[in-house]
Design a protein around this ligand. Structure first.
Ligand code: SF4
Length: 146
């Protein structure tokens, strides 16, 4: 069986080879609106700034912001015309941004004051208003201030 590292190396090489930097994965992401730093960002440029993180080098600040709001909706993977697992691409880039692939860390694993807001925002993309209401009633302590 493959080691995790060998699997990641193959995934990264394939992604870098096949990714056209079209930005459709970024465009499909339901979470970008929740990162103020991404307002007006070019989808292609954000992806271009993310790919170096896969190789253990520094990514752009916009790419790190995108990683920071990812809730693994997988809309990016569904949108990719090249059949790349874009969600995994963002997850591996997150490893890079955390300093796990060789580059200096560009984000902290627990530095996420918007955690519950992101959960709530993601839920809003997946659940009906009634289901969201039920979720809030079942988890009263997790409602975020708006
Ligand atoms: S949609 Fe696919 S090909 Fe286009 S930038 Fe994203 S990963 Fe690359």
């Amino acid at each position: 069986m493959d080691s995790l590292r060998a699997y990641l190396d193959r995934f990264v090489a394939d992604t870098l080879d096949r990714c056209t930097r079209c930005g459709k994965c970024y465009e499909a992401c339901p979470m970008t609106a929740y990162a103020p730093a991404l307002t007006g960002a070019s989808p292609a440029a954000v992806v271009e700034g993310l790919l170096p993180l896969l190789q253990g080098t520094q990514g752009s600040a916009e790419a790190v912001s995108w990683i920071g709001v990812c809730t693994q909706s997988s809309r990016c993977t569904e949108a990719c015309p090249e059949g790349i697992n874009a969600m995994l691409m963002v997850r591996v880039a997150r490893m890079g941004a955390l300093g796990s692939l060789g580059a200096e860390a560009q984000m902290k694993p627990t530095d996420d004051p918007l955690f519950f807001r992101k959960i709530e925002a993601f839920a809003a993309t997946q659940l009906s208003p009634d289901e969201i209401d039920q979720w809030h009633r079942a988890n009263p302590g997790e409602r975020t201030a708006s």
